[in-house]
Every structure is written in C-alpha cells, then in structure tokens.
Design a protein around this ligand. Sequence first.
Ligand code: GLU
Length: 425
Amino acid sequence: MAEKKHVKSVTIPVSTFENVMKQFDQAAVRLHVDPSLMEFLKYPARSTIVKLPVRMDDGTYKMFTGYRVQHSIVRGPAKGGIRFHPDVDLDEVQALAAWMTWKCAVVNIPFGGGKGGIACDPSSMSKDELERLTRRYTAALFDMFGPDSDIPAPDVNTNEQTMAWFMDTYSMHARHTVTSVITGKPLVMGGSLGRKEATGAGVVITTREALRHLNIDPAKATASVQGFGNVGSISAMFLQKLSVKVTHVSDVFGGLHNPDGIDIMALMEYVKEHKKIVGFPGAEAYDRNEILYADVDILVPAALENQITEENAGDIKAKIIAEGANGPVTPEADAILQKNGVFVIPDILCNAGGVTVSYFEWVQNRLGYFWTEEDVNVRLERIMTDAFAAILKVALENDVHMRLAAFMVAIQRVADVVQLRGIYA
Ligand code: GLU
C-alpha cells in the first residue's frame, strides 16, 4: 500500500484562466513586445456559450450548456479539443483555449488556439444520448467551425466516435463531406495513423530528452502515472518501451503499485474489458490520492488541471514532471518545484504531440493523400525533439524554468505575426 499517508485536501484555484494569465505575464515582461499589444494576445478573441436541449432516452428533455472559445486565430485557424465533463465552464474552456494557442506556437504549427466543452457527465449517459448531444452542439456552433476557421479534436471524455458524429453533422449542414473540419477521426473516415498514440508518444519523447539532459539512464528510472485514459495509458506504454519501470498508476477509481514495474500492455487489455484499473492482478492496490507523491524519478500527471498546487508541491519526490494533462501544475506550485530542483516539462511542450499529429491529419485531409505510420512518427519525432531543444536552449540562456521559456518562445512567435500583419482598423 501507500508509502506515506497524505490525505491532504488541495484547494482548487478559483480561476484556471487566471493561472494562464499569470504564466503569460511572467513571460511577457521578459519580451520586447509592444505592451499595448499584450492585451490582444492574452485574452480570448471569441467566446460562445450555447444552450443545448437534448431528448433523453426516457423521453424527457435535458438542458446542457456548451462552450467554444477561439483564443487566437493570429497564426491560423483555432485548434483544440472538445471536453465532456461535469466541471466544464467558461473559465476552464478559456484557459484550455489559451494553452492551445501557446502549444501550437511552441511546436510551430500554423494554428491558433481554441477549445470547446459541454458540462455533462458522460458516464451517466447512453451512447444515443451522447450522440444527440454531440450533434446538437455541432449544429448550434456550426458557424464557428470550419477547416479554415476552427478545427476541434478529442479531449477529456471524447473520442473517435464523438469526432465521427461531429464530422457527419457538420457535413450534413455543409451539404458535402468535410473531413478536415475535425481531427482525431476514425482511420476509415480520414483519421491519421498514429493520432491516437500521438499525445502519449510526445510525452515520452520529451521525457526521454529530459532524462538525457539530466543524465538519467531510462533503464534505471521509475515512473508514476496519474490517469489511465488515452494520454496516461499510452504514455505509460511508451515509458515501458523506453525501459522505464512504471511502478505506480491511477485512474478515477483507484491506484496500482508494483515495485518491479506494472505490465502496461496487460493492464491496457484488462482496462478494455473492465473499464477501470482496479482489480488488475499484476499489481497491489494503491491509494489513488497518493499517486503524485510516489518515490519515483518521473511523474506524469495525465488527468485534469490544478493537481499540483502550493499546498502539495513540496511533497513531490519525482525529479521530472511530464505534463500529459493541460495545466496540472499551478503557477504557485511551479515556484516551489523550481526551488526544489524538479524539472517540469510544461504541458504546452510535453503534450503537444497530439495537436501535432492533428495538424498532420488536417494536412492529409486537405491533400487527399495519406501518409504511412512511419511518415507520421518520423515527423512527430523531429518536431518534438526540435521543440524540446529550442525551449531548453532559451531556458538555459535566460536561466528560467522550462514553462517560462516555452511561454517566451510561444508569445514571441504570435507577437511577431501580429506585428507583421498589423492591426486592421
Ligand atoms: N485535446 C488535445 C490537446 O489538449 C488535442 C487538441 C488537438 O489535437 O487539436 O492538446
């Protein structure tokens, strides 16, 4: 069981978007950008809230609230996923949209940032109800989306099936099939090879680069992974392929521990059948609230935002935090982690593999010509290693942590385009 009991309640910050603004401000003061333009770069360009009536299986109607935020369209169409979760609200979606702007700029793909979400509990809804909700959302926000304006993708609790419903609904309204309006689609309808694995692959490419930078042999390293959805499970799988021992994992129901390393492929098979990690025979049960404090070299938070705050940052034992999730570490926690010498690979770099292969999917859809898995992976590897090297260089040159360096690079890239395009008035 757990090595140490924490049972600590972590206060969730009032505003996640506030956290992004703090991250932005810390970087902005170090850049030579016209301060009057900073306001423009910082706040979302467009935020829309829609009411979504949905007929439930029992014949009653239920109202849901849907959101789509385009934080920036300066470098290209808004890009970012759609999240289904009870906690979705405007503040969260604005924060996630802003992170997408900076993420796309960090890996230098020609997109701005967007995000969408619906406040709902998908675990309590049937497949038919989810389909009607997805279609209503797509129709309600039809005017915002488009291959040249705003391109969604999967996020927490949405998947290839959700993307298929979205694509079909959009296409019915457009009167022709439009594959490039959404990424993360099933392969048979224009998805890209390697997209499902891309976020986890990117997490592990950047982790491998961090291990190299810190002179840690992957074969001697251990890891703890919080979250066993698409990002957590695939990150764990690639960590194991890198010969890192994944000793701890958790999901929303519980945790697992095996000091000799958990067989991740076997666990993924188990989860396919049981829908949770609890009960997996190849590991002992572990308190899921302790997962962040495991005595490991690498911690991969791959669940939700605001997990590591000023209240628990001091208890982290890992040497590297690889942010599979968006926003798992608050700005206050960042300062503590930095003081304690923890190397944080920031979300806007670490989990950018997903949107990078989304970009490849969009390119393939527009070309009508599909790449091999090897083409995808070679290009992903290059983009992620180049981005890691570029951010590390800025971090070392300016003696700042990786998140600050990533924000500096990203904001500068967007600001350069704004300055060249000029302000139309
Ligand atoms: N939802 C993912 C993210 O947060 C992927 C977004 C995309 O592929 O557009 O990066």
